[in-house]
Design a protein around this ligand. Sequence first.
Ligand SMILES: [Zn+2]
Length: 311
Amino acid sequence: MVTALFTHSDCLEHVTPRGHPEQVARLQAIENALSVAKFDGLLRREAPIGSKRDILRCHPAEHLKKIQTAAPEEDIISLDADTHMSPGSLTAAYRAVGANVAAVDMVLSGEVANAFVGCRPPGHHAETARAMGFCLFGNVSIGAKYALDHHDLSRVAIVDFDVHHGNGTQDLMWDEDRVLFCSSHQMPLYPGSGAVSEIGGSGKILNVPLEPDTGGEFMRRAYDREVLPAIEAFAPELILVSAGFDAHLDDPLANLNWSEDDFAWLTGRICDVAEACCGGRVVSTLEGGYDLRALAESVAAHVGVLMERGG
Ligand SMILES: [Zn+2]
């Protein structure tokens, strides 16, 4: 089997203010990195438009309406100090949702071994009724709810290795006892949540804060001791990944010191657990990562491992 790659040129039409780290050039850098011969084996698919029904699996209708109403016809508007919309943002956000749902379908049908969704805007900071942190909709959470409710799964694990806490996913999954949500993140750092004591309504949230200036070895120990055993014990039928690459040494927004090799190692370990629990079924979705070179090389390392393990 192969690895699917979901993206769409519409995701380049989500334009943020000049100097904003979550910029169009991120996807261009990723596309360049994945255009070399090594990645010819990817099954490339255009991200479809996500449905209102799927967005409402996680967000109330008022939130969707608020985002639709805020969408500008020209210029760039601000939802908060960090989060913006341009005329192309709404369609881009719909495609980020649709890609997650389609990737879940493809992986669960056995058409592909695993998938990477390279869309933007990202999603893990979007709370139930609030866009924030560059995110409009909870893309990965929507994929999880879709897998549970549409495909009748009983257990889905979400691993979030973005350097920022996935407060949105935590909020959306707080009372969802069919989801194990594991987040590693630098602490203290935006958005401020993600303490060990935040365990969710049914104890299915595992927060693993990492101290600033720690590196890959520290991360590897944390995953081997805590995160990976927790996922294995939960025995998920599908693993979703919020793949942010801003824990990289060169990232301008945070202070963890991971390398491309660390992202490759972590991807391999997540695949190990997926193979033990659920036939290797992994859907990974781009979140952060703001140094363009580090982002491109880290995504290439991540997708390279998904392809090796899926092939
Ligand atoms: Zn981040």
